[in-house]
Design a protein around this ligand. Structure first.
Ligand SMILES: *[C@@H]1O[C@H](CO)[C@@H](O)[C@H](O)[C@H]1NC(C)=O
Ligand SMILES: *[C@@H]1O[C@H](CO)[C@@H](O)[C@H](O)[C@H]1NC(C)=O
Ligand SMILES: *[C@@H]1O[C@H](CO)[C@@H](O)[C@H](O)[C@H]1NC(C)=O
Ligand SMILES: *[C@@H]1O[C@H](CO)[C@@H](O)[C@H](O)[C@H]1NC(C)=O
Length: 463
């Protein structure tokens, strides 16, 4: 049988059906309301590397097998696919309430797929993506509908239906796992999405073959998409399983390192250098993250950051510290190598980071044998280093900061001016100030700054 491909074939449908046909309804729906626009532009060759090219080649070679299926792999016949028994659908919009069903549904032309793009990316951003196109994805069978339009006009009918999906694009995405020990890859959790340019629906003998074409033509745009969606929900898992099983069968046979060079394995989104586990491969990522953290520190008024007023007991007396501030917190930077390593379902990031040349200042009223106000206190710290380990869960995409440890706290240089007659308290006051500064800064790093880093690691795509 010649499959209907264009508008004029509706005439041949008429002649096949003969006098039984009372009314044919044709509708063109432009995608864009509930379905995304079909993307333009396929690639030639479709594969992004040698591995993808093999998948393309094998998919091309199985095209003739789609009519019989591949029983060895449990893949059923895919072209034609079906017939599928009773599939119900419901429409409940303001203009139309309707219960409908289709029966004996046969899906044709899947073997005419065009392989548009196949991406098989290993390395830090492992993923599989496929884009298939179909000129005319043809569905037919029996329909039955019963409902009410505009709460007034009964909508009913049953007979043959033809649903043509023109300019369809099926895009699929899957996770890739690559086992470096066996040197084999596989895909899982394949998800398919369909988009199309036009849906054309023909319902034979709707409304008892009466004369209400305008009414139905105004409603057919409400009927075709839910009908298609109900049918797609049946087709989708069959196609998904067939494609995923078929591709995994191809991959089972392939030793990845024979096919794909280390350079290609290292294709990475943000041009990071090095493979998983290569010392220093996380450098650019950490630079990016810390740059964002520094901006956050500034925009949240943390450079300079106010320090709380406090009363300090230094043995010989007390000092009331006020007007405190801490500057240069936005100097966070990588301090040496940072490394990304993938272990099971996580990517670990190990990094040394540091802040440089921090400065603290306070004004103090000091009380000992007498009372001196307006004492100027300042402190500087050359460098504070932190070791951190963060862990990105590949599936939940949740980031945990497993370790955040201050590994080096530079010497705290304290200057105190204006003690006047209280000059003799300089040494114990200096020591008390140094302790306070240490405690304050460690606290800010381990709470606010750690939270900013956590937040940015969560929101920045990991390589
Ligand atoms: C669906 O079609 C089959 C075969 O033509 C028929 O036996 C069955 O009764 C139909 N089911 C419904 C719900 O119409
Ligand atoms: C394949 O990768 C290229 C380059 O990253 C991208 O532009 C394209 O959209 C990808 N194709 C699919 C089907 O995801
Ligand atoms: C697997 O490899 C064998 C030997 O190279 C080859 O004969 C066979 O066709 C391959 N199978 C697939 C599915 O590529
Ligand atoms: C410090 O002394 C000044 C001048 O006497 C006074 O105005 C201020 O309130 C004092 N501040 C604190 C925190 O004691």
């Amino acid at each position: 049988m010649v499959l209907p491909r264009a508008t004029n074939t509706f005439f041949s449908t008429v002649s096949v059906m003969g006098p039984v046909i009372c009314r044919l309804l044709v509708v063109t729906l432009l995608a864009g309301t509930t379905f995304a626009q079909l993307p333009d532009g396929c690639r030639d060759p479709p594969g992004n590397n040698n591995l993808a090219a093999i998948i393309v080649k094998v998919l091309e070679s199985v095209r003739p097998l789609l009519s019989t299926g591949i029983p060895d792999l449990g893949i059923p016949p895919l072209d034609p696919m079906g017939p599928f028994p009773y599939i119900p659908f419901h429409i409940d919009v303001s203009s139309l309430r309707l219960d409908g069903s289709v029966n004996d549904t046969l899906v044709k032309n899947l073997a005419q797929f065009i392989i548009c793009q196949v991406n098989f990316t290993l390395g830090i951003s492992e993923k599989f993506a496929i884009d298939l196109r179909m000129d005319d994805f043809h569905i037919d069978g029996q329909y039955d509908v019963n409902g009410l339009a505009f709460s007034l006009f009964p909508i009913f009918g049953g007979g043959n239906y033809i649903l043509d999906v023109y300019g369809a694009g099926i895009s699929g995405g899957a996770k890739v796992s690559y086992n470096p020990f066996s040197d084999h890859a596989s895909i899982k959790n394949l998800q398919l999405d369909i988009m199309f340019k036009d849906l054309k629906l023909v319902l034979e003998c709707i409304l008892g073959c009466g004369d209400m074409a305008d009414l139905i033509n105004s409603l057919i745009g409400e009927i075709a998409p839910p009908m298609f969606n109900a049918i797609w929900d049946v087709i989708d898992p069959i196609l998904t399983d067939a494609l995923q099983d078929g591709i995994n069968h191809i991959l089972k046979n392939i030793s990845i390192s024979d096919i794909i060079t280390k350079d290609q394995i290292q294709t990475m989104e943000l041009d990071f250098t090095g493979d998983y586990g290569d010392i220093g491969n996380g450098g650019k990522f950490v630079d990016l993250v810390l740059g964002i953290v520094n901006n956050l520190v500034v925009s949240n008024g943390m450079d300079p950051a106010p320090l709380p007023s406090t009363s300090l007991n230094f043995g010989l007396g007390t000092a009331d510290l006020y007007d405190g501030q801490l500057s240069k917190l936005s100097t966070l930077h990588r301090d040496g190598l940072a490394t990304l390593d993938k272990i099971a379902d996580w990517v670990f990031l190990y990094a040394n980071i540091a802040v440089e040349d921090l400065e603290v200042s306070y004004t103090a009223n000091v009380t000992a044998s007498s009372h001196v106000t307006g004492v100027k206190i300042s402190a500087s710290i050359g460098r504070i280093s932190i070791y951190m380990v963060a862990r990105d869960d590949l599936y939940s995409k949740k980031v945990d900061l497993d370790q955040f440890v201050i590994t080096e706290f530079g010497k705290i240089d304290v200057k105190i001016e204006g003690l006047g007659v209280l000059g003799y308290v300089l040494a114990p006051l200096t020591e008390a100030v140094a302790n306070l500064v240490h405690e304050d800064i460690a606290n800010i790093l381990e709470t606010q700054i750690k939270d900013y880093i956590q937040e940015v690691l969560n929101e920045t795509p990991w390589p």
